[in-house]
Design a protein around this ligand. Structure first.
Ligand SMILES: Cc1cc2nc3c(=O)[nH]c(=O)nc-3n(C[C@H](O)[C@H](O)[C@H](O)COP(=O)(O)O)c2cc1C
Length: 201
């Protein structure tokens, strides 16, 4: 088993435009591996500018937003680093790519930690935030999962939302659930289409 931190990774292109994406960074001794599936803007950016900031945040609006087309979040410049950090990061690590192992599908970027800083206190765990993280991962894999698995996971995660969410968590949850609904509606429409064709064919 390898330890993974669920982070918001910021990278930049050669023009300095920032890209924000939720990515799990994988621990390897004192280093961290960033492994984006192809195709990915993060991958392109790392090839051009081999630095990333791993932002440690419990702002679930950023995780849910990035997966639902809301990719613009405030960033702040980091001293001696070409890549800015997320404003809402409680802390961050500046990562420098030292080597790339490319398997064609999910190139592994081994990164060393250049610097780290803390910006705000960690204020404790929350079940709704954890449930949103799980739903975010589920939403990023909707196309690979059977409908029964999606429904069963959501039924379980909903308990934590109903018991422990604040307004931001309710908002993040509803952005992601809209994405689940769109996926279900598209699957239903496709199902009806098949029935229709069968009937006439
Ligand atoms: C918590 C979390 C962890 C994720 N980890 C990864 C990862 O390690 N690799 C990856 O390719 N996508 C991961 N994803 C999905 C990416 O966020 C998503 O595909 C994103 O759009 C990356 O593509 P981009 O660099 O073009 O934005 C993760 C999503 C979530 C919510």
């Amino acid at each position: 088993m390898t330890y993974i931190r669920e982070t918001i990774v910021t990278t930049v292109d050669t023009n300095g435009s920032v890209h924000i994406a939720p990515l799990g960074i994988i621990q390897q001794d004192d280093n961290w591996i960033i492994a984006p599936f192809r195709p990915s803007k993060t991958l392109e950016n790392l090839a051009a500018i081999p630095y990333a900031v791993a932002n440690y945040t419990d702002d679930m609006l950023v995780f849910a937003g990035c997966l639902t087309g809301r990719k613009e979040w405030p960033t702040v410049a980091v001293k001696n680093c070409p890549v800015p950090r997320l404003e809402s990061a409680l802390s961050h690590s500046v990562l420098k790519v030292v080597s790339v192992k490319d398997d064609g599908l999910r190139p592994q970027h081994l990164c060393k930690v250049v610097s780290e800083a803390t910006h705000a206190p960690f204020t404790g765990l929350n079940r709704a935030k954890a449930a949103i993280l799980e739903l975010a991962i589920l939403v990023s894999r909707l196309h690979m999962l059977p409908p029964e698995k999606i429904d069963a996971e959501i039924a379980f995660l909903t308990i934590a939302i109903e018991k422990t969410a604040g307004p931001d968590e309710q908002q993040a949850w509803s952005w992601l659930m809209q994405r689940v609904k769109d996926h279900r509606d598209a699957a239903d429409a496709k199902g009806k289409d098949v029935v229709h064709h069968d009937h006439h064919g």
